[in-house]
Structures are given as structure tokens and as C-alpha cells.
Design a protein around this ligand. Structure first.
Ligand code: 13P
Length: 254
């Protein structure tokens, strides 16, 4: 089995002090009882530095929630892959559904971001997922195929070895509504098949496919039991150590 990966996406929550405090709690808990999963924290940009200082010397890694595709230039308000790497990020989340739907990032824009992240020596976490309308219209497979085809267009086998794919059904994010184990395994299998077809069996087998969407301590046991899940991308429940740590620990039982 691939080493599980659990990513905390703190979205636009927390100031420097509260993010640093939460990071410190997680570091201490995992020092006391190491996790079998790899753990990554994605605080808001403004707290990256404060959190990075808490993480130094620990196995927990730092992620940016987004970045631009250019390394520098006249892009007011944007942050480049070089800038987040300089702050200690080793992962970047690309194409989160809130970027796609709230900020109108297109498949092409998302595709442009992946290679620059990888060229800076960071790992990319590419998010894909369908809306409720698309699921009800039985277009889930078409949407996921399209998102993957466009995003992965220019990437090589070596690039995919440095990337994770996160399946986040838009209708399950922040709604308290989970996708069922059956729905998740179907989509995860489809993603793995796409990767295998495009990059070969070894790349397909080793890619980590995460699930995100209302993952909570109450439902994590049924989710880790899903063979096709290699980890989680967690929003709301990652904002407190009391709810995030049980999600990390759930993989010790897998
Ligand atoms: P929730 O866990 O709050 O549903 O958010 C999921 C998510 O968007 C993680 O990136």
C-alpha cells in the first residue's frame, strides 16, 4: 500500500498566532505518538512562515493552498511557486474546487500551474471533482476525465510520481454530506485507470489518490476501510487538533 497522506486545508481561517498554536499541538501530539500517515498542513499564505517555524525538525510538511503559474511578473495579488517554496512549502494544492468555482479557475489555468510547482521541486496535490448537477446528470466520469486530461497534458511519468490526486466531490465539501464508499471507490478506480493509461502501470499503481469532503472523526473509520483511498484532504475538521488527530490516527488501523 502507498504511504497514506493526510492534508489539513485550513482555507481562509486563522491568524498567525492561532495557526502556529494549532501546528504546535499537532507536532507535539505526533512526537508523542508518531503517525503512520504522512501529514501536511496548508495554512493561509499569511501564516505559512509562522507555521513553518513550528514544523521545523518535525516530519510534518507545509503546503500552499494555491499559487500562480509564473515565477514572477506583473500579477497583482498573486503569489508565485518560488515565493511559497522560499517559505518552506514542499506541497502546493492546485485546482481546489473553491478555486475552480468561486474564482473561476479554468482547467487550462490549473494545467498551467502544475509544471511550475513541480519544477520548483515541490509536490502538487491536484484536486478534481464534480458538482451535484453533474453527478445527477450522470456526468461524473466525463467531468473527472476532462479535468485530468487537461491538467496532466504536459506532464511526464516523473512528474506524476511527484503529484497526488485528490477527489473532492463539490457537493460533499463543507456540507456534512459524504460521498458513499461505493461512490468514492468508483471514482478513485477511474482516476487510477486514467493515470495508468496515460503514464503506465507503475505510475498508476503508486499515485496517491486522496478523498476530501466532510471527512470527520465520526465517519473516518468507514472511509479508511475503502481500499482505494490513500489519504484525505480535510477542511473543517482540520481546524482543531481534537478533530484532526483522530483522522490522522485512523490510518494506523488500516
Ligand atoms: P470539508 O472537510 O470542510 O468538507 O472541506 C473539504 C475540502 O475542501 C478540503 O480541501
Amino acid at each position: 500500500m502507498n504511504t497514506p497522506l493526510v492534508v489539513a486545508n485550513w482555507k481562509m481561517h486563522g491568524d498567525q498566532a492561532s495557526c502556529a498554536r494549532l501546528a504546535r499541538q499537532i507536532v507535539r501530539a505526533l512526537r508523542h505518538q508518531p503517525a503512520s500517515a504522512e501529514v501536511v498542513l496548508a495554512p493561509p499564505f499569511t501564516a505559512l512562515n509562522a507555521v513553518q517555524r513550528r514544523l521545523s525538525g518535525s516530519p510534518i510538511k507545509l503546503a500552499a493552498q494555491n499559487c500562480h503559474w509564473e515565477v514572477q511578473g506583473a500579477y497583482t495579488g498573486e503569489i508565485s511557486p518560488v515565493m511559497v517554496r522560499e517559505l518552506g512549502c514542499t506541497f502546493v494544492i492546485v485546482g481546489h474546487s473553491e478555486r475552480r468555482h468561486v474564482f473561476q479557475e479554468s482547467d487550462d489555468m490549473i494545467a498551467r500551474k502544475l509544471a511550475p510547482v513541480l519544477r520548483q521541486g515541490m509536490r502538487a496535490i491536484l484536486c478534481v471533482g464534480e458538482t451535484l448537477d453533474q453527478r445527477q446528470a450522470k456526468k461524473t466520469a466525463t467531468v473527472i476525465h476532462r479535468q485530468l486530461r487537461i491538467a496532466l497534458k504536459g506532464l511526464t511519468k516523473a512528474d506524476i510520481a511527484n503529484s497526488e490526486i485528490a477527489y473532492e466531490p463539490v457537493w460533499a465539501i463543507g456540507t456534512g454530506q459524504n460521498a458513499t464508499p461505493k461512490q468514492i471507490s468508483q471514482v478513485h478506480r477511474l482516476i487510477r485507470k486514467c493515470l495508468t493509461n496515460r503514464f503506465g502501470p507503475s505510475a498508476g499503481k503508486h499515485a496517491r489518490i486522496l478523498y476530501g469532503g466532510s471527512v470527520k472523526p465520526e465517519n473516518v473509520a468507514s472511509l479508511v476501510a475503502v481500499e482505494e483511498i490513500d489519504g484525505f484532504l480535510v477542511g473543517g475538521a482540520s481546524l482543531q487538533s481534537e478533530t484532526f488527530l483522530p483522522i490522522i490516527r485512523a490510518f494506523s488501523q488500516k
